[in-house]
Design a protein around this ligand. Structure first.
Ligand code: FES
Ligand code: FE2
Length: 330
């Protein structure tokens, strides 16, 4: 554990890629949860995740060679093929082929799991992986976001932005319950008013009324945010240009996080909104991420901050968040 950030990684569902990044029979290396992984899509179209290292002699399954150099390794049928000696593994972690052996190792002959599979869900055009430090099976599910459905013709294409952030995810999440920082970090005209905040099991919902800078001047918008576990967040902006932001966070390791932001904007007369207010909302959130990142990269986590009235409900937020830890680290 680092001195700056004492928290371990939380468990939950975490985005590791967008669906469009992984074609059929494609694979790619991943590094999340302090672990090397491989993500692949079977010829049947299913996304699967395994530990990265081949149990034969330790090659990384996510790096192809020869005609696949620079890309992922090969996928045949439901299995990923190790580039080193051609052994193949399905998404359940069983070895499905040892192409040159007459007598494969007994575990393989018995059909046992020889490499660790990770639970995967694909929804909202996103690939999620379940991480739990003790290897416990999923205790809840990621949430379906209707606006993000592939066949939702009322909403436009994803506008995607990603950031590598040098802090623990909980610190990033605390932004949602910190109205005062908007004025000082983001230069809003006033401190936005939180008018609702609910904690209900793995769900957390909140509403902020905020002023946003747009080319048409400052406008008042309602920002409704919703978290399903620590990894999946959805923010709905209304009042000006209807925008849904999937703001998913994934632990790279204990002190580094990846932010996957996909903005989806409601079509007007069948057309995606371009320019003006629509672009301004996206630009404003991206600007906020750059500003927050400077604070996050250098701040230290205080278990007992010195709070005042009009600070947000940090204690409630932290209590809610603590359900996603298995160890008592405080
Ligand atoms: S290391 Fe993977 S097949 Fe040999
Ligand atoms: Fe912020």
């Amino acid at each position: 554990m680092s001195e700056r950030i004492p928290m371990p990684m939380p468990f939950g569902w975490f985005q590791v890629a967008y669906s469009h990044e992984l074609a059929v029979a494609d694979s790619m290396p991943l590094r999340y949860f302090g672990t090397d992984l491989v993500l692949f899509r079977t010829e049947g179209g299913e996304a699967r995740v395994l530990d990265a290292f081949c149990p034969h002699m330790g090659a990384h399954l996510g790096y192809g060679i020869r005609d696949q150099a620079g890309g992922g390794s090969a996928v045949v049928g439901d299995s990923i093929v190790c580039p080193f000696h051609g052994w193949a593994y399905n998404g359940d972690g069983q070895c499905t082929d040892v192409p040159y052996a007459n007598n494969p190792p007994p575990k393989i002959a018995r059909g046992e799991q020889v490499i660790r599979p990770w639970p995967v869900r694909e929804l909202n055009q996103v690939i999620f992986v379940w991480y739990h430090p003790d290897g416990i099976e999923p205790t809840f599910e990621p949430e379906l976001i209707e606006e993000a459905a592939t066949d939702n013709n009322d909403w436009g294409a994803f506008k995607i932005h990603t950031w590598d952030i040098d802090t623990h995810m909980q610190e990033i999440g605390e932004n949602a319950v910190d109205p005062a920082h908007f004025l000082y970090v983001h230069g809003t005209q006033n401190i936005p008013k939180p008018d609702e905040m609910e904690f209900d099991g793995v769900l957390r919902t909140g509403r902020l009324v905020s002023k946003m800078a747009t080319p048409r001047g400052e406008i008042t918008g309602v920002i409704a945010n919703r978290s399903t576990g620590p990894g999946q967040a959805t923010v709905r902006f209304s009042g000006i240009c209807e925008t849904v932001l999937m703001a998913n966070l994934t632990p790279v390791d204990q002190e580094h996080s990846k932010a996957f932001y996909a903005f989806i904007q409601k079509k007007v007369d069948g057309e995606e909104p371009v320019g003006g207010v629509a672009d301004a909302i996206v630009a404003d959130i991206c600007k906020q991420m750059e500003e927050d990142s400077i604070i996050w990269a250098h701040k230290k986590y205080f278990a007992k901050p010195m709070l005042c009235d009009n600070d947000g409900p940090f204690a409630k937020f932290r209590k809610w968040y603590s359900q996603f830890y298995t160890q008592d680290w405080a």
